[in-house]
Design a protein around this ligand. Sequence first.
Ligand SMILES: Cc1ncc(COP(=O)(O)O)c(C=O)c1O
Length: 374
Amino acid sequence: MKKLPTPCYLIGEKKLHKNMEKLAAIREQSGARLLLALKCFAAWGVFDLMKPYMDGTTSSSYYEARLGYETFGKETHAYSVAYSSEDVKKVSVFSDKIIFNSLSQLQQFYPECSGVTCGIRINPGVSYSDFDLADPARTFSRLGVTSITDIEAAMPMVSGAMVHFNCENEDVAAFEQMLAGISLKYGAFLEQFDWMSLGGGISYTEDHFDSVRFAEIIKDFSQKFGLQVYLEPGEAAVAHTTTLVTTVLDIVENTKKIAIVDASIEAHMLDLLIYRESATFEGTIAQGGFPYQIAGRSCLAADIFGEGCFQNELQIGDTIVIKDAAGYTMVKKNWFNGLKMPSVAIMRTDGQIDVLQESSYTDYKRSLSTKLRI
Ligand SMILES: Cc1ncc(COP(=O)(O)O)c(C=O)c1O
């Protein structure tokens, strides 16, 4: 670990395989097809490891759809909160399905979608989310059609639909209850659909997740309505697989001891800041030891990863390994403060580390301007 240049997002191949095997069991038992949600994780250098276990990708934009098609292959679903005419022309070339967020988008672009299967996103008005920011059924949500008359009007143009109504849901009973409500409310449409995507937001790969019961629920739903179910795991596919490996650059004291590492929560683990969560660290103990605040090196006053009690006193040059740095993390990294971008590497099952991506000053400069003046 000492030799790895930091900062670095380090993906564990063994851990990724473990998650993939859990997902593949659900796929096998339920008959659902699994599409990786690229909005969560798009480090395509490891897609070869994921392809055998999943059926393709789903996206939120033209770039994601194209990346999925080019690097993952198999089935490509395109969805966007709002397409431009240009987007639709481009995604319709390689997408197996285009899912529209509203009736007006579907009506506007359906004539341009000949040869592509179309779908509509439905906002079922129910959701499971501890975070208002991420709640797809939040008040005034723009995510999907809410009226039955809009779905009726869409029916001649679509062969299926997408509902995304969960966020970090580990509660299979709660999922079952919501799906029963959706089945009741939209049953007449579901009977006519060939396929239905139930979105993401399910914690399939957490240890206590009841995947056997979940698979039964999906299988029953699929058989009842005679449709192909799609699931769109993002976070679950990569949870607990990846760390952000950093080096302590300085240790300062202001009432408590603060270790400043060569990364930044705002630039390199932004989601934690957005959702006001703390990072966790490898090698910490529950009580005793040496307590430190682990902080980032951007100028943000609250660039704080979190707190931890370490077995030994930290020294400048020590490695701090921040846990769970894959989902919604690598895709959100940014150039705030012009900080060195973490590289991306994978630790193979035999312990060898291969670097998949490195950024340089040139990437930083190009991200800001490519011409001196217009
Ligand atoms: C439509 C859709 N599908 C899939 C996902 C992936 O969700 P998760 O990463 O929580 O599994 C999301 C997340 O926001 C989503 O909006």
